[in-house]
Design a protein around this ligand. Structure first.
Ligand code: PAF
Length: 282
């Protein structure tokens, strides 16, 4: 595996010599890699000739400074995992090479800014959009791979690709879960054993709500009961539990079996914020 640190290095040393019809798959990450990330790499390797993975903890997408300061960094293990997976290139940029100066441009993703992650993490999607645009411009991939766990991020990136005419295909890879159902996330590394056990309520509540909805219970009753369950049975502090359209993120007040829909949840375990989602009608 070749490691590079700047866009110039990639473009002059590698990209030019690769361009003879070879397809480039790109997996952007913030490191602390787990099996979910490696699934993205596997998919890229299956679908593309060359796979590039970036590791960059992007400061502009953190609306909470403590979350940024405590974001897990496991670079040595990450590189070993990527190497074992057969990754061709790892891109490890310095902050100054991505942000030689503070961007003045602000991206606004319309309605997506006002619900769920947009509502609770103001400015987050602007930071994601800016860094992903920079990474796409640098790597120039044919396909880019994102996890379904960050469902609203996928919707944002789809919009970004359409609105800015990036010439690439997005591939969305299903959420990888631990055997007990917890969605894999780099932030899981920050949970203490009690919080780790209590974090199961996220997946448990999603599956319970899905079963009840499909059995005909009205959505607002389902959601009220789940909010009660969080209060009465768990240390997890629920931030949102919503039924939405998985692309536009309009919130539904009732379940329509002929409408695409997903349930999305966010909750805090101590100071660690976790999100998850489950498609009801894909
Ligand atoms: O999903 C992530 O890890 C990040 O939001 C991304 C896409 C790498 C941008 O920093």
């Amino acid at each position: 595996m070749q490691v590079f640190h700047t866009g110039t290095e990639w473009q002059t040393n590698w990209l030019k010599s690769l361009q003879s019809g070879k397809t480039i798959g790109f997996v952007p990450t913030m490191g602390a890699l787990h099996q979910g990330h490696l699934d993205l790499v596997k998919n890229s390797k299956k679908e593309c000739d060359i796979t590039v993975v970036s590791i960059f903890v992007n400061p502009t997408q953190f609306n909470n400074p403590e979350d940024f300061a405590k974001y897990p960094i496991t670079l040595e293990q990450d590189l070993k995992k990527l190497e074992d997976e057969g990754t061709d290139f790892a891109f490890l940029p310095e902050t100054l090479s991505i942000y030689p100066e503070k961007p003045v441009l602000t991206l606004n993703f319309g309605e997506l800014e006002h619900v769920l992650e947009g509502e609770f993490r103001p400015g987050h999607f602007n930071g994601v959009g800016i860094v992903v645009s920079k990474l796409f411009h640098t790597i120039k991939p044919d396909k880019a791979f994102f996890g379904q766990k960050d469902l609203q991020q996928v919707a944002v990136i789809k919009r970004l690709v359409r609105d800015l005419s990036f010439n690439l295909e997005l591939v969305v890879v299903p959420t990888r879960r631990e055997v007990d159902g917890l969605a894999m996330s780099s932030r899981n590394l920050r949970l203490n054993p009690v919080e780790r056990a209590q974090a199961l309520i996220l997946y448990w509540s999603l599956t319970k709500a899905k079963d009840e909805l499909l059995a005909g219970k009205p959505w607002l009753d389902v959601r009220n009961q789940i909010r009660q369950d969080f209060k009465e049975t768990s240390l997890a502090r629920l931030e949102y539990f919503e039924l939405v359209h998985p692309e536009h993120f309009t919130r539904f007040e009732a379940f329509e079996p002929d409408q695409k829909s997903s349930i999305c949840v966010a909750a805090y375990l101590g100071s660690v914020r976790l999100i998850d989602n489950l498609p009801i009608i894909p």
